[in-house]
Design a protein around this ligand. Sequence first.
Ligand code: FMN
Length: 180
Amino acid sequence: MSAKIGIFFGSSTGCTERIANLIKEEIEATGAATCEVMVISAANAKLFPNFDFLLFGGSTWNIGELQDDWGLTLPTLGNQGLKGKKVALFGCGDQFGYSNSFVDAIGLIGDRITELGAQTVGWIVPDASYQFEFSRGVYEGVMMGLPIDEDNQAALTPQRVANWTHWVLEEFGLAPAAVA
Ligand SMILES: Cc1cc2nc3c(=O)[nH]c(=O)nc-3n(C[C@H](O)[C@H](O)[C@H](O)COP(=O)(O)O)c2cc1C
């Protein structure tokens, strides 16, 4: 039986929701797992234990603040369903408009779920195509998840999603065998 992945997102104008569905398509195309995509809420968080692995996506608003669904839900989360779980993070932001708080939500969500016992995976070193000044998601040059900028760099999104998704599957131990 293939693994089950839950993709939980918060999105105000639909960007993070689109990325969540792109990631689902990318994962399911490999045959490595099946994915369910749903909004993050206190009620849906009760479903965490149903999944082998989790992906959390959230955008950043109001200069470094969580998007509303995450803003409401993150403080309600306990460690139930997160302790020992591998969780990969992604988020949408605007690196030119908000260069000093680019995708801060990745760091805000990541820090909290780490306190709750989750193991974050899918960290990446942002390549030269990113030009932001600061993000709460970055520790010693490494971003805790996938930053997406549909406001300025939509053309780069498909490749960023594809590369990152395959890296995450590897970290979940679900990477498809390399073709010889
Ligand atoms: C008032 C306002 C504040 C914003 N603040 C930030 C921010 O601090 N950091 C960031 O990366 N993006 C910021 N953004 C950009 C949004 O996060 C971006 O448009 C994102 O794609 C929205 O994703 P969503 O539709 O999934 O909510 C802001 C946008 C607006 C209009």
